[in-house]
Design a protein around this ligand. Structure first.
Ligand SMILES: [Zn+2]
Length: 100
Protein backbone atom coordinates (compact mmCIF):
# COMPACT_ATOMS: atom_id res chain seq x y z
CA UNK A 1 0.00 0.00 0.00
CA UNK A 2 1.32 3.37 -0.99
CA UNK A 3 1.66 6.05 1.70
CA UNK A 4 -0.43 9.19 1.17
CA UNK A 5 1.49 12.20 -0.14
CA UNK A 6 2.85 14.50 2.53
CA UNK A 7 1.45 17.99 2.66
CA UNK A 8 3.90 20.73 1.83
CA UNK A 9 4.63 23.17 4.64
CA UNK A 10 2.36 26.16 4.60
CA UNK A 11 2.61 29.57 6.20
CA UNK A 12 0.90 28.22 9.34
CA UNK A 13 2.65 24.87 9.63
CA UNK A 14 6.21 26.15 9.79
CA UNK A 15 8.04 25.56 13.03
CA UNK A 16 9.18 28.51 15.13
CA UNK A 17 12.89 29.11 15.42
CA UNK A 18 13.34 30.37 18.97
CA UNK A 19 16.59 32.13 19.96
CA UNK A 20 17.40 30.79 23.42
CA UNK A 21 19.47 33.51 25.16
CA UNK A 22 21.81 30.80 26.51
CA UNK A 23 22.10 28.33 23.58
CA UNK A 24 21.22 30.31 20.47
CA UNK A 25 18.50 29.60 17.87
CA UNK A 26 16.78 26.19 18.13
CA UNK A 27 13.63 24.57 16.72
CA UNK A 28 10.38 25.01 18.61
CA UNK A 29 10.16 21.28 19.48
CA UNK A 30 12.96 21.79 22.04
CA UNK A 31 10.87 24.27 24.03
CA UNK A 32 7.85 24.27 26.33
CA UNK A 33 5.44 27.20 26.28
CA UNK A 34 4.91 28.73 29.71
CA UNK A 35 2.10 31.19 29.10
CA UNK A 36 2.10 34.94 29.53
CA UNK A 37 4.82 36.59 31.58
CA UNK A 38 4.79 39.55 33.99
CA UNK A 39 1.51 38.43 35.62
CA UNK A 40 1.19 39.84 39.14
CA UNK A 41 0.38 37.17 41.74
CA UNK A 42 -2.44 38.16 44.15
CA UNK A 43 -1.66 38.74 47.81
CA UNK A 44 -2.55 36.41 50.68
CA UNK A 45 -5.79 38.28 51.34
CA UNK A 46 -7.05 37.95 47.75
CA UNK A 47 -10.62 36.84 47.19
CA UNK A 48 -11.63 33.70 45.31
CA UNK A 49 -12.59 35.91 42.38
CA UNK A 50 -9.13 37.52 42.32
CA UNK A 51 -7.47 34.08 42.44
CA UNK A 52 -9.74 32.89 39.67
CA UNK A 53 -8.76 35.87 37.52
CA UNK A 54 -5.07 35.18 38.21
CA UNK A 55 -5.24 31.46 37.49
CA UNK A 56 -7.66 31.17 34.59
CA UNK A 57 -8.23 34.44 32.76
CA UNK A 58 -5.79 35.72 30.16
CA UNK A 59 -5.92 38.35 27.49
CA UNK A 60 -6.02 36.85 24.02
CA UNK A 61 -4.25 39.68 22.27
CA UNK A 62 -3.58 40.04 18.59
CA UNK A 63 -0.08 41.41 18.02
CA UNK A 64 2.98 41.69 20.30
CA UNK A 65 2.63 39.42 23.35
CA UNK A 66 5.05 38.75 26.21
CA UNK A 67 5.34 35.07 27.13
CA UNK A 68 7.60 32.61 28.95
CA UNK A 69 9.42 29.73 27.29
CA UNK A 70 11.42 26.88 28.80
CA UNK A 71 14.27 25.33 26.82
CA UNK A 72 13.25 21.92 28.12
CA UNK A 73 15.37 19.84 25.71
CA UNK A 74 18.36 22.18 25.93
CA UNK A 75 19.74 24.19 28.82
CA UNK A 76 16.57 23.78 30.94
CA UNK A 77 16.27 27.50 31.63
CA UNK A 78 13.28 29.86 31.44
CA UNK A 79 13.32 33.13 29.54
CA UNK A 80 10.91 35.73 28.18
CA UNK A 81 9.93 36.26 24.56
CA UNK A 82 8.09 39.14 22.90
CA UNK A 83 6.29 37.45 20.00
CA UNK A 84 3.74 38.76 17.54
CA UNK A 85 0.74 36.40 17.78
CA UNK A 86 -0.29 37.17 14.20
CA UNK A 87 3.00 36.76 12.34
CA UNK A 88 4.84 34.68 15.02
CA UNK A 89 7.81 37.01 14.56
CA UNK A 90 9.97 36.98 17.67
CA UNK A 91 10.75 40.62 18.35
CA UNK A 92 12.78 40.30 21.54
CA UNK A 93 14.19 37.65 23.87
CA UNK A 94 15.19 38.61 27.40
CA UNK A 95 16.07 36.97 30.70
CA UNK A 96 13.72 36.26 33.59
CA UNK A 97 13.80 39.19 35.99
CA UNK A 98 14.58 41.72 33.27
CA UNK A 99 11.98 44.48 32.85
CA UNK A 100 9.63 44.10 29.87
ZN1 LIG B 1 18.89 27.02 26.01
Amino acid sequence: MKAPPRALPTEHSRMLRIPCPYCGPRDEVEFTYGGPTHIARPGLTATDSEWSQYLYYRDNLKGPYRERWLHSYGCGRWFNVLRDTVTHEIQRVYLMGEPP
